[in-house]
Design a binder for this molecule. Structure first.
Ligand code: ADP
Length: 405
């Protein structure tokens, strides 16, 4: 029988979407159900809930906002007729953990939500104008749906707070950092933290003894240098745009490109769309932002797809080399995210380029898909590893931690 104190709801609210996972925390950390509402407030919203035992619920409900979306999710999770009732009552939910994208310098750690914390999250809106308002909508929906139940904000940026100024400052006049908060913050922090902790456990080492390079390769991609549990550098910046080549984001480019395009008559919003939504793998290959399709096309001899793939690999190799140096050598390079967990092809292309760092692939071990594994061979002094990420579980753990449970 579940105890009330162990059930944590994790919410990830986007401007027109609401994703959730429900966990029973404790020794086994079991995911009870997860779901997604898309197109909230738009035409033809879609809702799906899936239980860990395979039971499913799908619907196309008319929902106008996040309050209605959450109320509907809650109704289904307790209604025996829905087929996905995993709760006896909403009172079973002990706390709600929220993914919040930008915590700027306000947040060095996850925080129990109060009126002041909400005001601080709102203060970070200029740095994440699409995400933070949506995250606040999710928090406010929970305050209405679960009165008296604590909400905890878990920030994508918080894990990176240990970066030294030599990593986080940009070489622009210092007053711009002071006045506008222009600096590197880093993102995907919850994922980097989760895989670093999981890798330490897998290697049967304390995180406090390890120097790790974690590569989160999904639609968004970032890499992180972690010295004994503390981030020393990461590839994303003030926004998630810089660093690695991503599905549709350009990653690092000469900042003067933007000035040049403005002088050609492009407006800020157009350039924003160009670099965030039309660049990266999609922009270079011209066919897809999906790495599976890029690989397939590359193998069929599609020249642009091959260029996009090579750019992706080269940029990551560049960062791994830099971070290996910054860390004074590392114990392991860890691959996670949809590409990192599933693509033996990309992992192989990366590892073959870092043999000088002492990392040698074991091709048969590299065939692993979506499971933790060491994929380098015995003689490697720098291990290569696959470690599936689980940002939602990390948010649930953090929620328990900051509540002192
Ligand atoms: P998100 O960042 O949206 O959470 P994911 O972590 O699911 O995305 O990663 C999506 C990416 O993973 C896509 O580029 C997809 O093509 C890629 N991917 C998933 N499976 C494979 C695979 N077997 N081989 C190569 N790429 C894969």
């Amino acid at each position: 029988m579940r105890t009330k104190s162990s059930i944590i709801l994790v919410l990830n609210s986007g401007s027109s979407s609401l994703k959730f996972q429900l966990f029973q925390m404790g020794q086994e950390e079991q995911m009870l159900a997860k779901g997604l509402l898309e197109r909230i407030g738009l035409k033809d919203p879609i809702m799906s809930i899936k239980c860990s035992d395979g039971r499913e619920f799908k619907d196309k409900p008319a929902i106008k906002n996040h309050d209605e979306a959450l109320a509907l999710v809650c109704e289904k999770l307790v209604d025996p007729k829905s087929g996905v009732a995993v709760l006896q009552s909403l009172g079973d939910v002990h706390a709600v953990g929220h993914r919040v994208v930008h915590g700027a310098e306000e947040f060095r750690d996850s925080a129990v939500v109060t009126a002041e914390i909400k005001a601080s999250i709102a203060k970070c809106i200029p740095l994440a104008p699409l995400h933070n308002p949506a995250n606040l909508m999710g928090i406010e929906a929970c305050e209405k749906e679960f009165p008296g139940v604590p909400n905890v904000a878990v920030f994508d940026t918080a894990f990176h707070h240990s970066m030294p100024p030599s990593s986080y400052l940009y070489a622009v006049p210092y007053e711009y950092y002071k006045k506008y908060g222009i600096r590197k913050y880093g993102f995907h922090g919850t994922s980097h933290k989760y895989v670093a902790e999981s890798a330490a456990k897998y290697l049967r080492h304390s995180l406090a003894d390890l120097r790790l390079i974690t590569c989160h390769l999904g639609n968004g991609c970032s890499v992180c240098a972690i010295d004994r549990g503390k981030v020393v550098d990461t590839s994303m910046g003030m926004t998630p745009l810089p660093g690695l080549v991503m599905g549709t984001r350009c990653g690092d480019i000469d900042p003067a490109v933007i000035i040049y395009l403005m002088r050609q008559g492009m407006k800020a919003d157009e350039i924003d769309g160009l670099l965030n939504k039309k660049s990266g793998l999609l922009g270079v290959a011209g066919i897809s932002s999906d790495m599976r399709e890029i690989i397939e096309a590359t193998e069929k001899g599609h020249e642009q797809a091959s260029r996009a793939m090579q750019l992706f690999v080269q940029r990551l190799v560049f960062y791994i080399g830099s971070y290996h140096t910054i860390l004074h050598g590392a114990h392991a390079v860890i691959f996670t995210g949809g590409i990192g967990e599933n693509s033996a092809y990309i992992r192989s292309r990366i590892v073959e380029r870092i043999h000088r760092l002492g990392c040698h692939l074991d091709e048969s071990k590299n065939q692993v898909i979506g499971r933790p594994a060491i994929i380098s061979d015995e003689r490697s002094t720098l291990k290569a590893m696959v470690m599936p990420t689980n940002e939602e579980l990390m948010i649930a753990r953090d929620t328990m931690r900051v509540l002192g449970d």
